[in-house]
Ligand binder design. Structure first.
Ligand code: NAP
Length: 254
């Protein structure tokens, strides 16, 4: 059987980078196509994984870049088995009272519309492979965190997109998975910058999680995303939003 071909977004650091590393640990023969805006870490991944890793430097809101990534994968490796939509941003963090609509729209372009675009561009190929979409959602899609209205609602929309795809595309499976609270630069940004726009209580909660060493290592949720992309999203969670540590995904957690 030919190796799996997997697209992963936001691979320059954090959870996305750990997803790429875990895919290759689990299955070194896999072909991964990655995208992010920072070139240096993408070059590092290329040096590390050689003929198995390919990338485009660019913004995921640029449909031209997504089309190029897809075309490269199909031209050089003949198919796409799975797409992991990981790239995402938290800002703007602000009260609805002060909402800067253009900033909310920019967040939605990154966290939601780029994924609608990526799915529409890739779905013919993914369906041909009877493949999978794996979306990196968030606990904030169903819980309130102070002044995270833009972020939380964009992730709730992403959960619904998974439901839509599972119903409209019989030849693909799709899932939205929350990764827990993970020790990445997004958490640094919460503690040091945007947390100042949150309630003191919620800001302190994130600082305490770091101080008490309770943030997850990014490899923990990355194992679940990588295994879903490699092995496929099971029927019983097709279209669902779940947490990385749910019972239904027990066999994907290792
Ligand atoms: P991170 O360390 O900030 O990494 C974000 C990744 O997304 C980077 O590779 C970044 O690359 C990429 N990215 C952001 N905007 C992009 C854009 N416009 N175009 C292309 N790439 C873009 O954050 P993370 O914690 O790993 O987050 C990954 C995902 O997990 C996000 O969807 C986030 O919402 C979700 N999440 C994280 C946590 C957590 O506790 N960390 C919790 C729940 C959900 P460049 O900057 O190089 O473009």
């Amino acid at each position: 059987m030919s190796p799996k071909v997997i697209i992963v977004t936001g691979v320059s650091r954090g959870i996305g980078r750990s997803i790429v590393d875990t895919i290759f640990q689990e299955s070194p023969e896999t072909i991964v196509y990655g995208i992010a805006r920072s070139e240096a870490p993408l070059k590092e991944l290329k040096e590390q994984y050689g003929d198995h890793f390919f990338y485009i430097v660019g913004d995921i809101t640029d449909a031209g870049k997504l089309k190029q990534l897809t075309a490269d994968a199909v031209r050089d490796h003949g198919k796409i088995d799975s797409v992991v939509a990981n790239a995402g941003v938290l800002e703007p963090v602000q009260r609805i009272h002060d909402a800067d609509i253009d900033a909310w729209k920019r967040l939605y372009d990154i966290n939601f519309f780029s994924i609608v675009s990526l799915v529409s561009i890739t779905v013919e190929q993914v369906a041909r492979s009877h493949g999978n979409y794996v979306f990196v959602s968030s606990d904030a899609s169903t819980m309130y965190f102070s002044n995270w209205g833009a972020y939380g609602s964009s992730k709730a929309a992403l959960n619904h997109l998974a439901l839509t795809i599972a119903n409209e595309e019989p030849d693909v499976n799709c899932i939205a998975v929350a990764p827990g609270i993970v020790d990445t630069s997004m958490q640094v940004n919460i503690r040091e910058n945007v947390g100042n726009n949150m309630s003191a209580e919620h800001h302190a909660m994130f600082k305490d999680l770091k101080a008490s060493n309770k943030l997850l290592d990014s490899n923990v949720p990355a194992t679940v995303y990588a295994n879903l992309a490699l092995r496929g999203v099971p029927e019983n969670v097709n279209g669902k939003y779940v947490s990385y540590d749910c019972n239904e995904l027990a066999s994907f957690q290792k």
